[in-house]
Design a protein around this ligand. Structure first.
Ligand SMILES: [Mg+2]
Length: 402
């Protein structure tokens, strides 16, 4: 089993502002976008939340509810800077840190020496609760280190996978620490409304309610086929969420981790036999791979094409180039050449392109926090929401800030 922690900063933007202006500590404070335009507030600290303030509320409404509120203009560059500082702290506890948004990250602690040094050495024979509980001292140490080095509070959730860890961190805030096994997760969330699940928004809640699914427990036990019928792939995801199942790995995502390869693959919605369509997908995949390599500052020499046919047989073919590169055009041309040489026209259901034999060219575009790769959609959404709150200046890459 895995041991995953989700670290979520408490009222991040507001906390950073409080730290800059210590005389405001403990008083209601909200961070806004452009205060002259009297827009909406982007974040509220906990004293302000007691008045019912929350992100997205208009500043007018916020001031009506809480006349003594201090409004501070948001400073995204400062937040990005602190965010990177926090990532550095997290990397002291495991190399497998996945920044998830400006104020959240996943950590895979499974192989952590600190965890191993505890008396739970043999994961397979231990009760999962014991293994997860062994992460408590690490979680506490992380909270203390963040507080000591940045002055900010953090909440940690621990679970056997990313989904449960993320849900656990929402159970008790601020400065909370919650450990949930799969069993405890179900006990805790099954009686609750489906909107409590991460990923289920208002629209989906309404759609589920129409089917008579109001609680997480009902969702867990609703016939799988009906969920798929109504929601397609998302039906499966929702059901997995209700059961606390998630086999997604924590993907370390910052400069400095030596990667073996970078690639993308794509499952086709119908089996495809048209070379033209396949080439179009390869172009898109090559483009994603090239872009991500450039963003992270890698060049590579070996291009691999992966094909899976309609009978689920998988083939990979690779070619070494004379020089390491990160150019999508070259990746694409090589992938298409491999296709033409090896494909006999049989129907395909999955395509993949990757580049390996990687080396760093030291030109990473910092921070990978703001990568736009397909796998990072959620991150992009978080950054987009930052942009909505603060305007485009929020997207200044941290490298520019140094
Ligand atoms: Mg937060």
């Amino acid at each position: 089993m895995r041991v995953v922690a989700h670290v979520d900063m408490d009222a991040f933007f507001a906390a950073v502002e409080e730290r800059m202006n210590p005389h405001l500590a403990g008083k209601p404070l909200a961070v806004g976008g452009d205060l002259k335009r009297r827009g909406v507030i982007a974040a509220a600290n906990y004293p302000a939340r007691k008045y019912g303030l929350h992100a997205g509320m208009s500043t007018g409404e916020a001031l009506r509810l809480c006349p003594e509120l201090t409004l501070v203009e948001g400073n995204p560059q400062k937040y990005v800077h602190v965010s990177l500082q926090i990532l550095e702290i997290l990397k002291d506890y495991t190399p497998i840190v996945e920044p998830f948004s400006i104020d959240e990250a996943f950590l895979d602690l499974t192989g952590s020496p600190r965890l191993k040094a505890s008396r739970w050495n043999d994961y397979d024979t231990q009760d999962s609760a014991d293994v997860l509980d062994a992460a408590i001292p690490i979680a506490r140490a992380i909270q203390r280190a963040i507080l000591r080095k940045t002055g900010l509070g953090a909440t940690v959730g621990v679970g056997p996978n990313k989904y449960i860890a993320k849900m656990a961190s929402g159970v008790q805030k601020p400065r909370g620490l919650t450990v949930l096994t799969q069993e405890r997760y179900r006990e805790h969330f099954w009686p609750k409304g489906v909107q409590e699940l991460w990923g289920i928004g208002e629209k989906t809640r309404v759609a589920l309610e129409k089917l008579g699914i109001s609680t997480v427990g009902k969702l867990a036990h609703f016939p799988k086929e009906f969920l798929t019928y109504h929601f397609g792939m998302n039906g499966d995801h929702m059901r997995d969420a209700a059961w606390g199942r998630d086999d997604g790995a924590v993907i370390p995502y910052y400069e400095g981790i030596p990667l073996k390869s970078m690639g993308h693959e794509f499952t086709l919605s119908v089996d495809v036999t048209s070379r033209e369509k396949i080439a179009a997908h390869l172009l898109r995949l090559s483009d994603q791979v090239g872009r991500r390599m450039r963003q992270d500052g890698y060049v590579g020499r070996v291009v691999t094409l992966k094909l899976r046919d309609s009978k689920f047989k998988t083939y990979t073919r690779q070619r070494s180039l004379s020089e390491a590169m990160n150019d999508e055009e070259q990746i694409y041309r090589t992938a298409v050449a491999l296709l033409d040489e090896n494909w006999d026209g049989r129907p395909l259901r999955l395509l993949g392109v990757s580049v390996s034999d990687l080396s760093s060219n030291g030109e990473a575009i910092q921070p990978s926090l703001f990568d736009e790769d397909e796998h990072r959609k959620k991150m992009t959404a978080a950054v987009d929401s930052l942009r909505d709150r603060f305007g485009d200046s929020a997207l200044v890459r941290a490298g520019v800030l140094e």
